[in-house]
Unconditional design. Structure first.
Length: 234
């Protein structure tokens, strides 16, 4: 894939073809998960980036050896469901309680001097509520339907897949947009001079959580969901 071909694709298509390119988009501040349907050129324009320059960086990284263990686009949907649940869902469920606690703690202690922390705590509280139900629905409704449609593509299971995926897209946009806002109002998790240890831990965990969420949503929005819809003939 040369630079001209890169410029004709969406951000999600580029990352799906080679996941290592996600690092290029991350450094450029371009959303490759919820914003995966955005064209490469539109994404560059939004960030005031010269398309030729970014296309060169992507072409350069694509010439490096790839890790075959993470060729996500070649995985079958059942394996993807299991991987997402066992890797990303477990990460989210493990970190949500700590992040709810830490974001509220630093808001209580530092909110007067750093009022943006009150908004961070509020936003993350909403993310917590949304994701707990979201993961439950995926593991109890959507993922079982995807496993079933591979062997038994009944009309009922197709309807479940279509309706659940439509809803999941919206919920992904909410969680991703909320984390984008947290990133923005904290200036990329920049620590002030008076940041205590809890402040530092909270921002470190938020940064990790956002990175994981981007990969998590990319795997679903840009790989798993299109595969499931294709198998279901939708």
């Amino acid at each position: 894939m040369d630079q001209q071909q890169i410029k004709t694709l969406t951000v999600g298509e580029i990352v799906t073809d080679d996941f290592s390119t996600s690092e290029v988009f991350k450094k450029a501040g371009i959303d490759f998960c919820c914003g995966g349907n955005q064209s490469f050129e539109d994404a560059c324009k939004e960030q005031s980036i010269e398309p030729d320059s970014l296309a060169y960086e992507i072409e350069k990284i694509k010439h490096q050896p790839q890790n075959p263990s993470f060729d996500f686009k070649s995985w079958d949907p059942i394996f993807l469901c299991d991987y997402i649940a066992n890797t990303h869902h477990k990460f989210v469920l493990k970190n949500l309680p700590d992040l709810v606690f830490y974001t509220q703690k630093i808001a209580d202690v530092h909110g007067e001097n750093h009022p943006e922390l009150n908004e961070v705590a509020k936003l993350f509280g909403e993310i917590n509520k949304e994701l707990l139900q979201h993961l439950k629905n995926e593991e109890e409704v959507l993922f079982p339907a995807i496993r079933e449609v591979v062997h038994n593509p009944s009309e009922n299971v197709k309807k479940i897949i279509y309706s659940e995926i439509e809803r999941m897209f919206g919920e992904h946009d909410f969680a991703g947009g909320s984390m984008d806002e947290i990133n923005r109002i904290t200036n990329g998790y920049a620590l002030p001079e008076d940041a205590c240890n809890t402040y530092q831990v909270a921002f470190h965990l938020l940064n990790q959580f956002e990175d994981d969420l981007h990969v998590h949503v990319h795997l679903e929005n840009n790989i798993l969901f299109p595969k499931a819809l294709s198998i279901a003939g939708l």
